[in-house]
Design a protein around this ligand. Sequence first.
Ligand code: C2E
Ligand code: CA
Ligand code: CA
Ligand code: CA
Length: 278
Amino acid sequence: AKADGRGVARFFDPSMQDAADRRAAFEAAMRDGLSLGQFRLFCQPQFDCLGNLTGAEVLVRWQRGHDLLGPDHFIGFAEESGLILPLGEHVLKESCRALVRWEGDPALGHLKLAVNVSVHQMRDPDFALRVGHILEATGAPAQRLYLELTESVFAEDLQEITGRMHQLRARGICFALDDFGTGYSSLAYLQRFPLSALKIDRSFVRNIGIDPGSSSIVEAIIGLARKFELEIVAEGVELEAQRSFLAHGGCSSMQGFLLGRPVPMAEFEHAYSAAGVG
Ligand code: C2E
Ligand code: CA
Ligand code: CA
Ligand code: CA
């Protein structure tokens, strides 16, 4: 410990106490929010290159009074505090309930639902068990559930992570590698992990047609995915030029503001179920 005046001053710094108080208050608010059902699932539609709806990505929001907070405001904190485990469990459970609700619906019954999973959840030795319990409790069709992992899982104990992935894969759950190309993923991982899909990060999609380098990266990723027999999902499609480039390039599916924004789960169900039936 520092013996100088500054160290002592920092120790008694009242603003640090404020920060600690704020963290404690935020954590309490998140806990309350979880028990009050304030964490709501939004869905963003995904389409194949012909424009058919193929599924949706679940994106969580915190309805805090009149404020609707996006994940960037609380996922980081949830990870630091450990609240990501109950939050992630809530998102998975609600997603599985949706899959069950959709069964038998002519427009929704075949859709896949992609759920973001934090590396902190994958680190949990009981993760596969927890997911198994949720599947059994809800009766959800596991083969329509995709779990999206980011490349940060590759910094973990690879044997543990692959073991967990294989356990879930054996139940029928698929894995997608999110934000592909932005992290420290090595091509070797594409072989070692039981992956079903790669998601091309928005940063590459954004520059299609603007930066020839990005277009080439997208083409290379699609080629790579084909070699490894992986589906390819492009995110952040905002322009028709991007959509057509990706569709002609052989992208399996895509999502983005051009095709559909994230909307509350009930709105998603209403919009697409009605469209399919009517
Ligand atoms: P992500 O997995 O990369 O999700 C895609 C993000 O891009 C979403 O932001 C989505 O709203 C946004 N997006 C979709 N289409 C477009 C587009 O055309 N243009 C632009 N500019 N943006 C688009 P969102 O909902 O704010 O989520 C941010 C991140 O928070 C997600 O990034 C994901 O990493 C994380 N996240 C969201 N929900 C969950 C969750 O339930 N659990 C965990 N662990 N993380 C989550
Ligand atoms: Ca994602
Ligand atoms: Ca992503
Ligand atoms: Ca992203």
